[in-house]
Design a protein around this ligand. Structure first.
Ligand SMILES: Nc1ncnc2c1ncn2[C@@H]1O[C@H](COP(=O)(O)OP(=O)(O)O)[C@@H](O)[C@H]1O
Ligand SMILES: [Mg+2]
Length: 243
């Protein structure tokens, strides 16, 4: 029987690539969750920057920050995203563009046809076919008016469409939204990464932790890893138990 080899695509964080047997599984979706300020957006910036340097076409759906703020944060951790944006290799879409497209549909059809009334799968309308990498930051922006079941249905639909188009995607979601949708987003994605800030019980120091509860077709340990954000972005420090 032939073994299915899942190609890998660099996460942009070298320590994480090692942990994930080479990177995120290609043409699949990963969900990154965590509380505010923990480093989720920076995770996305690493992935986008590395993908751009590898010549991949990238789309960032940014619901919270404007392009200039994104470039500024990237620069602080030593990543130049602006050049890729200016050359068109990186496209940044805001929530407003997506809302506007929805309004355009209403204008075009005179009403919101069934099937088009869903908000989350319509993200795909703002992504060109030749895109390789999609980062959605923050998926929580799409959950606010949805029931848990509707969110799950729409997120499943979106993932199905993304896989059909061979996008490698990183969905970023804040903990508040993630808990509101009762963490059902877990079931739709290929891999899960949780970022946390908590107090080290031995030192009393508040630290950043990463936990990887699941990545299909990847052999990973469940140990928590302490990480830090530096002028070079995210670096892994040590497994939790070695303190
Ligand atoms: N160069 C840096 N050195 C240290 N910490 C940084 C640096 N750049 C950003 N940070 C930290 O990263 C955090 C923001 O990360 P971000 O990815 O925006 O969080 P999230 O998206 O989870 O809300 C801030 O709390 C800030 O303290
Ligand atoms: Mg963020």
């Amino acid at each position: 029987m032939g073994e299915i080899i899942i190609e890998r695509i660099s996460t942009g964080i070298d320590d994480l690539d090692i942990k994930l047997n080479g990177g995120y599984p290609k043409n699949r979706a990963i969900l990154v969750t965590g509380s505010t300020g923990v480093g989720k957006t920076i995770f996305g910036l690493h992935f986008l920057h590395r993908s751009c340097t590898e010549g991949k076409k990238c789309v960032l759906i940014a619901t919270e920050e404007l392009p200039d703020d994104i470039f500024h944060q990237a620069k602080i951790i030593g990543l130049n995203l602006e050049d890729y944006y200016n050359s068109g290799q990186l496209i940044i879409e805001g929530l407003f563009e997506i809302r506007a497209q929805r309004a355009e549909n209403v204008k075009k059809y005179g009403f919101m046809p069934e099937g088009l009334s869903v908000e989350l799968p319509s993200i795909v309308n703002s992504i060109s076919e030749d895109t390789d990498v999609v980062v959605v930051d923050n998926l929580g922006a799409y959950t606010l008016s949805l029931s848990v079941q509707d969110f799950k249905d729409q997120f499943d639909a979106l993932n199905f469409i993304f896989i059909g188009k061979s996008y490698t995607s990183l969905f970023i979601m804040d903990d508040v939204s993630y808990n509101i949708i009762k963490q059902v987003a877990d079931y739709s994605v290929y891999g899960l990464i949780r970022l946390m800030v908590k107090e080290n019980p031995y030192t009393g120091k508040v630290e950043r932790y990463i936990s990887i509860p699941k990545v299909r077709s990847t052999n990973i340990s469940l140990d928590l890893i302490v990480f830090d954000i530096t002028s070079e972005g995210i670096i892994f420090l040590r497994p939790q138990q070695e303190q």
